[in-house]
Design a protein around this ligand. Structure first.
Ligand code: SAH
Length: 345
């Protein structure tokens, strides 16, 4: 922020204490509690006026503004286009599942990864989101919808492992029992395969679910679709997944967008089963088949019958696979496209 103020919602209570040295511990506790309800200083009526004045002077609360909101008439999915303090736009989606209300949040404004099918990366990367800007998506969406959010997926705009330290701090803040208290086991982090950071994450003692975007089972084809594969190939990626499971005991989830004429035939389904069964014989994993969201300029599509056939082939080969249900199809809930439109990218 331009005025050199401190981003208070990104701080742990200990850090708030060193900022407000003269305040007793219980005041910091009250402040932290208010902030993690999405409150602004005027609403913190049980804090002394002087303390609130000091806070206003020294800090700012980074809650995003709702620029646009779309509610699906089909399934109640809510999609937000948020505006950040510097005019950057990001997207979040709230989905209602039987197992709880889930929010999909963004971790960066834009993305560097260059995956050919993805709208979020087509105009490059602008900046990382702060921990508060990730928390802010959850807080504003929860307050605006009035429903308690119990699950988070880091599957919106950006590559979370390319914004590693901010994402780690966000995970630690959002799971605190004096804050939003969303259990780490209810949080999924999706990566295109930033292998060095998968090893780092395995050592964090943060039992999140790791989702790995695979999309192809051989290196030549995966590299053509996902440039990250030129840095770390499939074998290196799956070795990291194995280590992640060994250290955390958390089942791995693989994402596979089934794209017509690219990776969707029966030979490719069998090749995927071969790869995973051979490389990960002893660890539990799951394949999530995603019907592709058409993105302007890419020409990629999916045939639902082919996706079902692909699933049947995997199941026959004893690979656990589900097809991702498409929510919010009437509100263009696929990611990255609203940002592009709004910002004229
Ligand atoms: N950068 C992370 C998280 C963001 S993308 C990652 O790559 O995993 C979340 C998921 O949506 C990824 O599996 C990604 O490959 C997939 N995805 C991106 N664009 C898509 C599209 N047009 N159709 C279907 N899935 C897409």
């Amino acid at each position: 922020m331009s005025e050199n103020k401190i981003d208070i919602l990104s701080l742990f209570p200990e850090e708030m204490q060193s900022l407000l040295e003269n305040e007793p511990k219980y005041r910091i506790k009250q402040l932290f509690g208010w902030l993690h309800k999405g409150a602004v200083y005027d609403e913190m009526t049980n804090l002394p006026k002087k303390m609130r004045e000091e806070l206003t002077e020294k800090t700012y609360i980074a809650l995003p503004d709702i620029l646009k909101k779309y509610v699906s008439k089909i399934d109640g999915t809510v999609k937000y286009l948020f505006k950040l303090y510097d005019g950057q736009c990001i997207e979040s989606v709230v989905m209602k599942y039987k197992h709880g209300n889930t929010i999909c949040i963004s971790s960066q404004a834009g993305c560097k990864m260059g995956c050919k099918f993805c709208a979020s990366t087509q105009n490059g990367w602008v900046r990382n989101l702060t921990p508060s800007e990730m928390l802010g998506q959850v807080l504003v969406a929860q307050n605006d919808t009035g429903i308690r959010i119990s699950n988070i997926v880091l599957m919106g705009i950006g590559e979370p492992l390319d914004n590693y330290s901010n994402v780690m701090k966000f995970l630690r803040l959002v799971s605190r029992d004096d804050g939003l208290n969303i259990g780490l086991r209810h949080i999924s982090l999706s990566t295109c395969g930033v292998v060095d950071k998968i090893y780092a994450l395995a050592d964090e003692d943060l039992p999140v679910t790791l989702s790995v975007s695979l999309h192809h089972s051989n290196d030549a084809d995966r590299s053509a679709l996902m440039p990250i594969n030129k840095k770390w190939n499939i074998d290196e990626l799956l070795t990291a997944c194995k280590v992640f499971f060994d250290k955390t005991g958390r089942r791995i989830s693989f994402e596979y967008a089934v794209i017509s004429g690219v990776n969707d035939n029966d030979v490719q389904a069998n090749a995927l089963a071969d790869l995973l069964n051979k490389k990960l014989p002893s660890i539990p994993f799951h394949v999530n088949l995603i019907p592709v969201n058409p993105v302007e300029g890419t020409g990629f599509t999916s045939g639902i019958k082919t996706v079902m056939q692909f699933q049947a082939t995997l199941e026959k080969r004893r690979v656990n696979a589900t097809i991702r249900r498409k929510l919010g199809s009437d509100i263009d809930a696929s990611c990255g496209q609203l940002r592009r439109r709004e910002m004229n990218l």
